[in-house]
Design a protein around this ligand. Structure first.
Ligand code: SF4
Length: 322
């Protein structure tokens, strides 16, 4: 049986990492607006926005969104179309609809207060294990552990070594590791520090090992340093995947055209197709219909067939925000 790599992590190693990371965080962290509040609604909004969008892009949208929907009650009373419009620029628009539904559940079933226990939080739309942990920790000050791909990468490198497939920690191992690492009474700073290190220092594509506070206690440091040193200047460890032309790209563009459509009246399939593809032709119609149907299933658009609907006529379907 392969030995569990977690058993090889000593208390001294954990203590050293905690001390250095917390000291670095105190002097070096970015001044982000969700770090200046403990308001559970604001923390929830920021965490949903941060799920798949970088902090720098989230900051202006976070302010705009909260001035449009300053409380969980104001959000719960909004229409999906209003929330999807306010989500412009953040991408992964399904999160907007989930956040709206979560606000409605909070108002209808929890008297407008975010639940304080993890399993109830995880029953809210769009809230998974990571977000429930983040809300408990950042809003309610609980010393809980949670991880996403960024935290997992940092912990793997520091405590196990470079993230090679043969060595990769399982979700169960990561759950156990994050719980073990949280220093009692300092969960807030600890989790923020891990997030910060993964965002600015120990990035997936180009970790900045030479200036890292954990350099001397990181198991991956020697190998990553050697690898980066052998690569031409500026080379990244991972290549960026192509976004343009992906389904996500077309979903985002389609919603953007609907946001811009006057009076919330929407656009027919022909107008949408011509905006999405310069060479739009009847052969693209099944592709476009599929794109619209998937968005409709996610609650992001409404597709209405006009009287005398003809599947071959793209003008006979009108698409708008809900
Ligand atoms: S030394 Fe390099 S690999 Fe290790 S935590 Fe720091 S940036 Fe990441």
């Amino acid at each position: 049986m392969t030995p569990d790599p977690l058993n090889a992590i000593t208390s001294e190693h954990v203590a050293q990492v905690r001390e250095r990371l917390l000291a670095w965080y105190q002097t070096s962290h970015r001044d982000l607006p969700w770090r200046q509040t403990r308001d559970p609604y604001r923390i929830l909004v920021s965490e949903i926005m941060l799920q798949q969008t970088q902090a720098e892009r989230v900051v202006p949208k976070y302010h705009q969104f909260l001035s449009r929907f300053p409380s969980v009650h104001s959000l719960a009373a909004a229409t999906p179309g209003e929330v999807i419009r306010a989500w412009a620029g953040l991408g992964y628009n399904r999160r907007a609809v989930s956040l709206l539904r979560a606000a409605q559940v909070i108002v209808e079933r929890h008297g407008g207060q975010l639940p304080r226990d993890r399993s109830t939080l995880e029953r809210l739309p769009g809230v998974g294990r990571y977000t429930s942990g983040a809300v408990l920790c950042f809003a309610f000050g609980e010393d809980v552990g949670f991880w996403d791909t960024n935290i997992a990468r940092v912990l793997h490198r520091v405590f196990v070594g470079p993230e090679l497939p043969a060595r990769r920690l399982s979700p169960r191992q990561l759950d156990a590791l994050v719980e073990r690492l949280v220093p009692r009474g300092r969960g807030y700073e600890w989790n923020q520090a891990l997030i910060e290190l993964g965002a600015v220092q120990c990035t997936a594509r180009r970790p900045a090992c030479p200036t890292c506070p954990l350099q001397t206690c990181c198991r991956a440091f020697p190998e990553i340093q050697a690898l980066l040193g052998a690569l031409p200047h500026g080379t990244r460890l991972k290549r960026e995947s192509s976004f343009t032309g992906s389904t996500r790209y077309y979903r985002g563009r389609l919603l953007e055209y609907l946001r811009q459509a006057p009076d919330g009246d929407g656009l027919d399939l022909l107008a949408l197709g011509q905006r999405l593809r310069q060479n739009f032709s009847p052969e693209h119609l099944p592709w476009l219909r599929q794109l619209v149907d998937d968005l409709a299933r996610d609650g992001l658009v409404l597709a209405e067939e006009r009287p005398g609907y003809d599947a071959a006529d793209p003008r006979s379907v009108r698409v708008r925000l809900p």
